[in-house]
Design a protein around this ligand. Sequence first.
Ligand SMILES: [Zn+2]
Length: 207
Amino acid sequence: MRVPFYPAHGCCRICGRMIESGDGEVLCGECRSGARPHFDRAGSVFRFDGMARRMLLDYKFNGHVWMRDDFVDWLAALLSVRFRPADVELVLPMPLTLRHRFDRGFNQCDYLAGELARRIGRDCDTSTLRRIGSPRRQAGLSREERLLNVAGTFAVARPDAVAGRTVLVLDDVMTTGATLSECAKALKDAGAARVWAITLARPAIDA
Ligand SMILES: [Zn+2]
């Protein structure tokens, strides 16, 4: 099956943001400047709008689990197109914030990360990466405010699990990348060699 990854052409080699004239192997202005994120590469399956947005929200909040294996198919396809699956040594789902864990009780990323890890023959670790704070909602905040909001809110419970390894963090939506960058910072501080970020969706606002 052919998957129309977002963006289809010309994205930043590091953050995955769409670049007008890019050929897929260039850097956006931000990543060329000092503002590059702490992760080494990021990619998303689809643009967060229309039917894709509906499917994802239904999976996340309305228990529409029948789409989840298709999501894994698409994530696996993206992984082989934009990353090198053989280099991934550990898969980590983005942990829920404490507030969301209380509200929702389960992490929809756990299943996706677990299945993706199984497909590439790697372990999925749901306990090493932890949230240690409850940031305000990121929606409505600028990129700078988002970075401040999530600063210091991740902890790595077992640094030896990630030290010297290439780890893949899976989240559902990447907006400015502030949360994934902060998460990558914690993993790098714990000794991770490379941090890659894969998400199902990203909105077009950062294009
Ligand atoms: Zn970039």
